[in-house]
Design a protein around this ligand. Structure first.
Ligand SMILES: Nc1nc2c(ncn2[C@@H]2O[C@H](COP(=O)(O)OP(=O)(O)O)[C@@H](O)[C@H]2O)c(=O)[nH]1
Ligand SMILES: [Mg+2]
Length: 367
């Protein structure tokens, strides 16, 4: 999974990236405006993995992973003339979801490109750049399609072109109304067709309001209410104290715990962001356990047992016989796999079984 961090210059993208990845990339009170990208892989904290690991004491424990990219270079007006530059478009387009950092902290030492603090305005500005860029992409596509339609072709080709034309018109109407594509309802066929188009405003988006140390999260989220109200299920907003989280991420665990209780924070913003973005991507985890390794795997929500097998290795999907399955809480309640096996909680499932979040799975297979 890949999540791209975008936002106006000096909104705190690098600060949030450092907080998420325990990184040490330099932050700056001014922006060079250059495109610059930093990448890091983050393990998704998961108490269930910790408990399973304590149960099995394996040689290796592997958490689910998310790759974050801090992408600088998006600014107001940049998408107006012919869309984003190739490299920037490419960097943003490659992600499964976007984490959009909007500045909500006051600090006279940090220049704001728009001259004042107004997160709702800034969110709309960035959205608009994505929308403009998609407009260019879709219009270009439409132009080529018109030429093709003009030339005729066999009935099958014409039918495919008509399907695309209807879809592109639908997208253009949405973009013309300055609305992102992620709020547009699409059929499965349309969604499939659009894969690989790199439409930026179609990507699920988590807006992170970067608030100051003593600002209230509730106040900040209210400021972005308008955005979250019509964003639908493909977007979410949460507030985060970027600078404080960055400092927190660089502390030793005991120091961090004391710090959290001093500030009255129960869950570090870091894990809230990771969990929310995981949810936005509509993925879930299942686990494999053993003395060698306890491991979390990422699969789409509603994936089947054979898809889960394929996530581990293509051979397991090819030679799939049955999946041994036990729900996480049933295993914990039973105390051990041997105990769980004696109860109905442990069962054999076929290819079509819909894997549930937290299932512990062992694939029986033969090649
Ligand atoms: N006061 C304050 N400053 C912040 C906060 N988050 C980031 N900054 C500062 O704002 C400046 C820009 O941050 P940076 O992460 O480099 O922004 P980017 O351009 O979006 O990557 C830096 O000087 C940061 O230290 C915050 O929550 N509070
Ligand atoms: Mg930066």
């Amino acid at each position: 999974m890949h999540i791209g961090i975008i936002g106006l210059p000096s909104s705190g993208k690098t600060t949030v990236f450092n907080a998420l990845t325990r990184g040490n990339v330099e932050t700056a009170a001014f922006s060079t405006g250059r495109m610059e990208v930093h990448t890091a892989v983050v393990q998704v904290p998961d108490e269930r993995v910790d408990r399973l690991s304590a149960m099995y004491n394996p040689k290796k424990t592997t958490y689910a992973q998310v790759q974050y990219k801090d992408i600088a270079g998006l600014a107001k007006g940049i998408g107006e003339s012919g869309g984003l530059s190739g490299p920037l478009l490419n960097e943003i387009g490659q992600n499964d979801a976007l984490l959009h950092v909007a500045r909500a902290f006051e600090d006279p030492n940090v220049l704001h490109p728009e001259g004042s603090i107004d997160p709702a305005r800034d969110i709309a500005l960035v959205e608009n750049e994505l929308i403009l860029n998609d407009m260019v992409t879709v219009s270009n596509r439409m132009e080529r399609l018109q030429q093709r339609l003009g030339k005729g072709g066999n009935p099958k080709e014409v039918e495919a072109a008509k399907f695309e034309q209807a879809l592109l018109l639908k997208l253009l109407a949405q973009l013309d109304a300055e609305r992102p594509l992620r709020t547009l309802a699409l059929t499965l066929e349309e969604e499939k067709f659009l894969r690989g188009f790199n439409l930026l405003s179609q990507k699920p988006m988590l807006v992170v309001l970067n608030i100051g140390d003593d600002a209230s999260e509730a106040d900040a989220e209210k400021a972005a209410d308008a955005f979250s109200r019509d964003a639908g299920e493909n977007a979410a907003v949460l507030a985060l104290r970027g600078k404080l989280e960055q400092e927190l991420a660089q502390m030793a665990p005991e120091e961090a715990a004391a710090f959290l209780s001093d500030f009255g924070i129960d869950e570090p913003g870091l894990s809230r962001v990771i969990h929310r973005s995981y949810k936005l991507l509509r993925v879930q985890s299942f686990f494999t356990v053993g003395e060698d390794e306890v491991r979390a795997w990422t699969i789409p929500v509603a994936a089947s047992a054979v898809e889960a097998a394929g996530a581990i290795h293509t051979d397991l999907a090819k030679g799939f016989i049955r999946a041994e399955v036990v729900a996480y809480r049933d295993l914990i309640a039973a105390g051990s796999m041997a105990e769980a096996r004696k109860h109905a909680a442990w069962r054999l499932e076929g290819k079509e079984y819909t894997v549930q979040d937290g299932d512990i799975v062992h694939i029986r297979f033969a090649l």
